[in-house]
Ligand binder design. Structure first.
Ligand SMILES: [Zn+2]
Length: 159
């Protein structure tokens, strides 16, 4: 079991700190049903920096997720490679940020749960209804899907 990392977000930004680590997808329980499998891991880098008078965090995520295709329910390998920039604001100023602003804001806290932050970014960044590319839903290409798949049964009937 990993120690769950917490950071003092504003201190992190003002001192240009950086945290690198790896988390198993199984740790990110809120992804739940989006994942076909929970094995695999993501590498993350959280970097603090200043932009003008603002305290900022940059979150980079890289790795593989196994999502469920919404057309054939088969496994879909989805490479994760995302970078988000987040503005740190005190809780009472979060309302000032417009929804369509290019930068997302999060609450500046001295006990920022890094894994929860990563989970938030993934939930925002992963496709809502992932699908294999057109024509690539053939269940026979996926060993896990062959047994008892309704598509395999249909294909058998046609012969
Ligand atoms: Zn599919």
């Amino acid at each position: 079991m990993f120690a769950r990392p917490f950071i003092d977000s504003v201190d992190f930004a003002r001192n240009g700190r950086e945290l690198r680590g790896e988390t198993g997808l199984a740790e990110l329980s809120r992804l739940g049903d989006m994942l076909a499998r929970t094995d695999g891991a993501l590498t993350f880098i959280v970097r603090g920096y200043r932009e003008g008078d603002s305290d900022m965090l940059e979150v980079s995520l890289q790795g593989m997720c196994f999502l469920r295709c919404q057309r054939c329910l088969g496994e879909l390998v989805y490479p994760v490679d995302m970078v988000s920039r987040l503005l740190l604001l005190p809780a009472d100023r979060l309302d000032e940020v417009e929804e369509d602003d290019e930068v997302d804001a999060i609450e500046a806290t001295s006990q920022l749960d890094v894994l929860a932050l990563i989970e938030d970014e993934l939930l925002l960044g992963l496709p809502f209804a992932p699908k294999h590319p057109e024509g690539e839903c053939a269940p026979t290409t996926n060993g896990l899907q062959q047994k008892g798949s309704p598509f395999a049964v249909l294909a058998g009937l046609k012969k």
